[in-house]
Design a protein around this ligand. Structure first.
Ligand SMILES: Cc1cc2nc3c(=O)[nH]c(=O)nc-3n(C[C@H](O)[C@H](O)[C@H](O)COP(=O)(O)OP(=O)(O)OC[C@H]3O[C@@H](n4cnc5c(N)ncnc54)[C@H](O)[C@@H]3O)c2cc1C
Length: 294
């Protein structure tokens, strides 16, 4: 198996034009897959030496198509641009991520183990497009957009359009994910992530929930964005539950009513990790935790 280490985007796209070329980021998904189904004819193209795909930067929100979260209409909202080749550990340690996007930081802290967080990247997590991928629910709730590049140029897509199903992302052949653009929520937005797995450490999500709740006048919900992992082929939202919370305080009564809507709408599957009934129950129960955000 051949491994190439391009140093800039020109070299990268040349390498990706090779027959059987596959992007290699941290390898924590891809190498596991190749181990179970070896393909010695493929060429792995490593992103490791590409500075253009690393780093976290603050940017104006100009041109962002993703939904604004907690920023008044007409306000130019700030965006954090997260390089696709940033490792989970780098993002988790970054002061801007911790301060502005605690919902993402909470998910990163729960992702895998220290070695996995040191090797695995944000881009790899999104391109694997697993409904159990821990960064997906927070980024979807935040209204993130992905930046994609190929020899044909660059384009942006809302994350919701990028995630097509398990293992399926809207990448064209020889196209790469370069960065994720995340609108920074306003100060009145409460953020929360929680994952339920079969054990405390190194657990794949059985159900997870990322929540962004903007509180308005009198502490009542002005907007709620809720995104569940592991309950559908891709990250799942429940517009009925989001709408049911608007205009109400985050009381247990309001949350229990919204949770009932979640349980009525969600259609999870049973698999080796949990039954559909358990997932449905937990998907509703996770909402009750938002009472502590009041
Ligand atoms: C023991 C173990 C525990 C784990 N625990 C968790 C967990 O708790 N939560 C969780 O979410 N995941 C978990 N994972 C899965 C994995 O670690 C993550 O999905 C990780 O983020 C993958 O990133 P990577 O850089 O290693 O991707 P890679 O394995 O390098 O790549 C994954 C896929 O994405 C493609 N790709 C990668 N980057 C790009 C890019 N920039 N542009 C285009 N295509 C790209 C690759 O071609 C490949 O198809 C675990 C894995 C292991 C082995």
């Amino acid at each position: 198996m051949n491994v190439l280490f391009p140093r800039d985007l020109k070299q990268l796209f040349k390498a990706l034009a090779e027959p059987g070329a596959r992007v290699l980021a941290g390898g924590t998904d891809l190498l596991v897959r190749l181990r179970s189904k070896p393909d010695l004819s493929c060429t792995l193209v490593s992103l490791d030496r590409l500075a253009a795909l690393r780093g976290v930067a603050e940017d104006s929100g100009a041109g962002n198509k993703g939904a604004a979260t907690g920023v008044g209409p007409g306000t130019l909202h700030r965006v954090l641009r997260l390089g696709a080749a940033c490792t989970h550990a780098e993002l988790l340690a970054h002061p801007l991520v911790r301060a502005r996007l605690p919902v993402l930081a909470q998910a990163l802290a729960d992702l895998g183990s220290p070695p996995i967080r040191n090797m695995g990247t944000l881009g790899g997590n999104l391109c694997t497009a697993s409904p159990a991928g821990d960064t997906l629910p927070p980024l979807l709730a935040l209204g993130a957009e992905v930046e994609l590049a190929s020899t044909a140029g660059t384009r942006r897509l809302p994350l919701a359009e990028f995630l097509l199903g398990p293992g399926r992302a809207a990448l064209q052949p020889a196209e790469i994910l370069t960065a994720v653009r995340v609108p920074v929520p306003g100060v009145n937005v409460r953020q929360h992530f929680e994952k339920v797995g079969r054990r405390d450490a190194l657990a794949v999500a059985v159900v997870s929930l990322a929540a962004l709740v903007r509180l308005g006048h009198g502490g009542k919900v002005a907007e709620a964005r809720l995104a569940w992992g592991s309950v559908a082929p891709t990250i799942w939202r429940c517009p009925e539950a989001e709408a049911a919370l608007v205009g109400r305080k985050l009381s247990l009564t309001a949350l229990a009513e919204a949770a009932a809507l979640v349980r009525a709408q969600v259609q999870p599957i049973s698999d080796v990790r949990a039954s559909a009934d358990y997932r449905r129950e937990v998907a509703g129960n996770l909402l009750l935790r938002l009472a502590m955000l009041e």
